[in-house]
Each structure stands twice: as C-alpha cells, then as structure tokens.
Design a protein around this ligand. Structure first.
Ligand code: SF4
Ligand code: SF4
Length: 184
C-alpha cells in the first residue's frame, strides 16, 4: 500500500527549520556522528525518501504520528530534539522489520530506529516498560524474568531446562561495545 500523503518540499524544509528558527537548514553533524557510531546507525544516509517503508508499517497504520520515512528525513537533517525527547514517537515501532524488507536502498529503517532507541535509553529516556526489560536483561541475560514455569513448559516438549546465561561474558561484551562506540 502506497503512503497516503507525501510531504511537500516546503513542508520538509519547514520541518528542518523548526528546530533552528530560520529558513536555513543546518544539519546537526554531531548528532549524526553519534548515531553513526551505533550498529547500522549510519544507514539513513542512503535514504532517498521514496516512502516504500511506510506502506506496510503497522505503527503508521495505528498512529498518524509515526512515519519511518519522516524519521529517516529527520535523521538526515540531524533533528536530534525532534527524535530524542521524552515520550518519543520512536517507541511506537514494533520492530516487525517490514520496512527492512521493503526498502530498495537497504537503509534498514528499523535498525536506525533501534539505534535511536538505544540513544534514548542512554539518556535515561526509555519508557518504564522498556526500562524494565533492560533491567531484567542486565540481571539474567534474558528479556523475561526467570520463572520455573518456563522449564515446566520446556519439559513438555522434551527440552532441557534453560541454561544460566554467563553474565560475566555478556557484561564484557557490552563493555567492549560501549568502549568501541566511545572510541576509547
Ligand atoms: S519495524 Fe517499525 S518502522 Fe519498520 S515497519 Fe515495523 S513498525 Fe514500522
Ligand atoms: S528508508 Fe528506504 S524505503 Fe524508506 S523512504 Fe528511505 S529509501 Fe525509501
């Protein structure tokens, strides 16, 4: 399904200038450099605004405020304040990867959005539900709490109990990733 309405050139320019209080579009390269350090965070640079990613996006279908093409455009302009604030629209993305399959430029909008979500979490701006998942993962290496009911269910299918996640290895991996991103 094609995108219902595409923004005009003047609307796009207006979107870019809102943050800067003038008609001059000033790309925030510091923000773009920070995003580029994240996994796949630099892919939005290949977006040519065709809108194919919007057609099957379930978040767009249920929320007029969410549009992956517009998110990629804001990334191209480096509009950090419109992307990384409290109650960011980015959390409406379901991570379904539909946009990834549709994009002719292999931009992987979902991966860019995940990187932006990671930046929100780094700034302490994750919503409570996402924050809870992060805390659970940091404690047991999984996104759901340990629960004996899981092993009971597995046993019904002759599966062994879940193994304990080696948290020292997980934390070491996270630590090296953070070091890589910070360039230290
Ligand atoms: S991954 Fe997110 S942006 Fe992409 S189609 Fe699904 S909901 Fe939309
Ligand atoms: S992310 Fe891909 S599909 Fe979406 S507007 Fe850009 S080039 Fe088109």
């Amino acid at each position: 399904m094609a995108e219902k309405r595409k923004s005009s050139k003047s609307e796009r320019a207006g979107m870019a200038s809102r943050s800067h209080g003038s008609d001059v579009v000033r790309v925030d390269f510091a923000f773009k450099r920070e995003l580029a350090q994240k996994v796949e965070g630099d892919l939005a640079n290949f977006c040519y605004q065709c809108g194919a990613c919007v057609g099957d996006c379930p978040a767009t279908r249920y929320s007029p405020a969410f549009n992956p093409r517009e998110i990629m455009l804001k990334v191209l302009y480096g509009l950090e304040s419109e992307l990384l604030g409290p109650d960011s629209v980015l959390w409406q993305c379901t991570n379904c990867y539909g946009c990834h399959e549709r994009c002719p430029q292999e931009v992987k909008p979902v991966e860019v959005i995940i990187s932006l979500k990671n930046m929100l979490a780094d700034r302490g701006l994750a919503p409570p539900a996402a924050d809870k998942v992060i805390q659970t993962f940091m404690s047991n290496g999984r996104t759901v709490p340990d629960n004996p009911a899981i092993d009971k269910q597995r046993a019904k299918f002759d599966l062994p109990p879940l193994r304990t996640v080696p948290m020292d290895e997980v934390l070491a991996l996270i630590g090296s990733e953070v070091e890589e991103e910070s360039g230290s």
